[in-house]
Design a protein around this ligand. Structure first.
Ligand SMILES: Nc1nc2c(c(=O)[nH]1)N[C@H]1C(S)=C(S)[C@@H](COP(=O)(O)O)O[C@H]1N2
Ligand SMILES: [Mo]
Length: 399
C-alpha cells in the first residue's frame, strides 16, 4: 500500500482546527494555541496537542486486546487481556500533565537547525486520565510485588508496543523501568479514559499508557503489548531518539553518540508564558495580567514561578492560581507526588513602551530553568528561561 493511503482514515472530525497550530498533516502533529491552554486547569480534549509518528489506527473496542508477557530469567508469563478484563480491576483517576520532550523545540531551532518537528510551547497539556494501574495488571497475572527488589541488580524494563505503523520503526514502542511501574505511588495507568470520556482515536483509543512525570514519548497509544524484560526497549524511539546528545553530535556523527547517553525518562522543570500569546499587542500604560503554566518531572512539585520585567536582573514571585490541592489539614505537601501542572498569573500595573517578560519555575528538588538554551541534535528538553518581547501599542479608547 502506498504510504499516502495509510492516511486515508484519519479522524478529522475529532480535530477542532481553530485550537491548533498544525505542524504536519501526515503524520498529524498539532500543538495547542497557548492562550487557549490557560482557560481551564484541566485541558479540554479538543485543546490537547496531538503527536503522532504514523497514521492513526482505527481499532475496534470489542475485539481489541493487549498481550502481556513477562520474559525474565526467573519468570515467564504470557496472557491476553481485553477491555472487560481491565474493567474488572480497581479503577484510578489521576490529573497529570503530558508534555512532549520536543516542547519548545523552536528555541533550539533558532540557534541551529535541529532534526524534528517544530514546536512552540503548545505541546504540554493537563488532563484527568482514568484506567487501571499497570502494577495491578502485572500482579493480577502473577508478577510478584517485589520482583524488582529481589533482583534489583538487573536492568528491568516494561516495554509498550503499539498497533499501527510508525515512520521510523516497524511500530511505535518504548519502555520505562519496572521499578517505576511497580511503585504504587507512581500511578502508571493503562488508561481508557481522558477527562471522564473514552479516549478518542488521536489520543490512543481504546487504551494507552499514562506515565505521570515521564516524557510523552513513553505514553504509548493504541496499546498492543506490554512486556517485562531484562533490558530496555530496543525500539528506534528508545535508542535513536529522545536523548539529549552533547552539542558536538550532529547528523553525520550521531551514530557513535546514541549508545553513550540514556533514554530520557523524567520531565524537567519547565514553564511558559501563554498570555501574551505570540503576536499579541499590549497597550502602553495599561494594566495587564501575564499568565502561563509550569510543570516538573517525576512527581516533583513546582513550588514557585518567578517573573522578571528587566531582562533577568530582578525577579518577583508570580501567583500560583491553580495547582493540586492542599491536604486535609489545609497545608500543601511538597513531599507528595505532584503530577499536574500549575497555572500562574503576574499582574503588570502599567505596560512600559518597551516590554520584556521572562519567567522561570522552581521545583521542590531545587531545580530551575537555565538562563540560556543549549542546542542538541534532536532538539529535546528545551527548558531555558522563557522570554518574550511582546509588541506594544499606544492604547486607544477609555482607560
Ligand atoms: N503509538 C504511539 N504512541 C505514541 C506516539 C506515537 O507516535 N505512536 N507518540 C508519543 C509522543 S512522542 C507523545 S509526546 C505522546 C503524545 O500524545 P497525544 O498525541 O495524546 O498528545 O504520545 C506518545 N505515544
Ligand atoms: Mo513527544
Amino acid at each position: 500500500m502506498p504510504v499516502s493511503e495509510d492516511y486515508n482514515d484519519e479522524p478529522w472530525c475529532d480535530r477542532d482546527l481553530n485550537n491548533y497550530i498544525i505542524r504536519s498533516r501526515e503524520p498529524f502533529n498539532a500543538e495547542a494555541k497557548v492562550d487557549g491552554l490557560i482557560d481551564s486547569y484541566v485541558t479540554p480534549v479538543n485543546k490537547h496537542f496531538r503527536r503522532n509518528h504514523g497514521p492513526i489506527p482505527n481499532l475496534d473496542k470489542e475485539s481489541w486486546n493487549v498481550t502481556i508477557e513477562v520474559d525474565t530469567n526467573e519468570l515467564h508469563i504470557s496472557k491476553t487481556l481485553n477491555l472487560n478484563d481491565l474493567n474488572q480491576l480497581p479503577q484510578f483517576e489521576v490529573i497529570a500533565v503530558l508534555e512532549c520532550a520536543g516542547n519548545r523545540r523552536d528555541g533550539l531551532k533558532a540557534i541551529k537547525e535541529v532534526n524534528g518537528v517544530t514546536w512552540g510551547a503548545g505541546t504540554a497539556s493537563n488532563s484527568q486520565w482514568g484506567g487501571c494501574r499497570l502494577r495491578d495488571i502485572l500482579v493480577s497475572i502473577g508478577v510478584p510485588k517485589d520482583l524488582c527488589s529481589k533482583f534489583y541488580e538487573q536492568v528491568r524494563h516494561v516495554e509498550f508496543a503499539a498497533y499501527g505503523e510508525a515512520t521510523d520503526d516497524k511500530h511505535y514502542a518504548s519502555s520505562i523501568p519496572l521499578e517505576w511501574v511497580m511503585n504504587p505511588q507512581n500511578t502508571v495507568l493503562v488508561a481508557t479514559r481522558m477527562n471522564g470520556q473514552a479516549l478518542i482515536r488521536d489520543h490512543g483509543f481504546p487504551a494507552r499508557i499514562v506515565a505521570p512525570g515521564i516524557i510523552g514519548a513513553r505514553w504509548v497509544k493504541w496499546l498492543r503489548s506490554i512486556r517485562v524484560q531484562d533490558r530496555e526497549s530496543d525500539s528506534y524511539y528508545q535508542q535513536l531518539d529522545y536523548k539529549i546528545l552533547p552539542p558536538m553530535a550532529t547528523g553525520d556523527n550521531c551514530d557513535k553518540f546514541w549508545p553513550q547517553f540514556p533514554a530520557l525518562q523524567e520531565l524537567s522543570i519547565q514553564s511558559a508564558i501563554c498570555r501574551p500569546a505570540p503576536g499579541e499587542k499590549l497597550q502602553i500604560g495599561r494594566p495587564y495580567v501575564v499568565r502561563g503554566y509550569a510543570l516538573s518531572g517525576a512527581g516533583r512539585a513546582v513550588d514557585r514561578v518567578e517573573v522578571s520585567l528587566d531582562c533577568g536582573r530582578t525577579w518577583e514571585l508570580a501567583k500560583l492560581v491553580s495547582m493540586q490541592g492542599p491536604n486535609s489539614n489545609g497545608k500543601h505537601e511538597w513531599s507528595a507526588r505532584h503530577w499536574a501542572w500549575v497555572l500562574w498569573s503576574f499582574p503588570i500595573a502599567s505596560v512600559p513602551s518597551r516590554c520584556s517578560i521572562a519567567c522561570r519555575a522552581w521545583d521542590a528538588g531545587g531545580n530551575t530553568q537555565p538562563d540560556a538554551a543549549v542546542w542538541n541534535y534532536r532538539g529535546v528538553m528545551n527548558n531555558a528561561v522563557f522570554r518574550i518581547e511582546p509588541p506594544t501599542t499606544v492604547g486607544g479608547g477609555k482607560l
